[in-house]
Design a protein around this ligand. Sequence first.
Ligand SMILES: [Zn+2]
Length: 212
Amino acid sequence: MSKTVVIFSGGMDSYTLLNAILAHHEFGEVHAISFDYGQRHNKELIYARNACTELGVSHTVVNLGDVHALARSALTGDCEVPHGHYEEESMSKTVVPHRNMLFITIACMYADRIGAKTVYYGAHSGDHAIYPDCRPEFVEAMNQVLAASAGAANVTVEAPFLHLDKGDIASIGADMGLDYDKTWTCYEGGDTPCGKCGACVERAEAMDKAYG
Ligand SMILES: [Zn+2]
């Protein structure tokens, strides 16, 4: 049976992607992979684990605990989490430089080991403004590097939401009847989402677009 690897953060974009892939049997056996890179809180990882348990998907959490000490970002506790939209200058503090390149590379190593040919991740157009590693040119360049790195053993990366926005993704989820209460988006790690950080603001707008 074919195998597919999905990079799964526990947030709504990758939760939608994981469910969409599970709904199409041609992807075969689906394996989720998450990363503990010293982010400010581990709520996403708890939500990811619970979702995978419920969906019956194998879930690997890779410990990259020392990475936060190297990276400059609000998401790894280097400074306060900014509030507002992704387009705003302050949001650049939430960029973790080279993060997705690292995640994809490790996910491809794992895919190679288990015999999967493709790694999926949930980058979308709403991320393009501030996250360079969510843009089409990054995905294209990453595939070139992967091919150069692995030769015949190549694994490719796909980002099927690349030209959709978060509202489109929420609409796909709504059509599938997904319960987004099973996902965690907020950059803060409180008992409830803060409602103010970029991730909360974008999520609320996506939900409005999908559910009205
Ligand atoms: Zn928040």
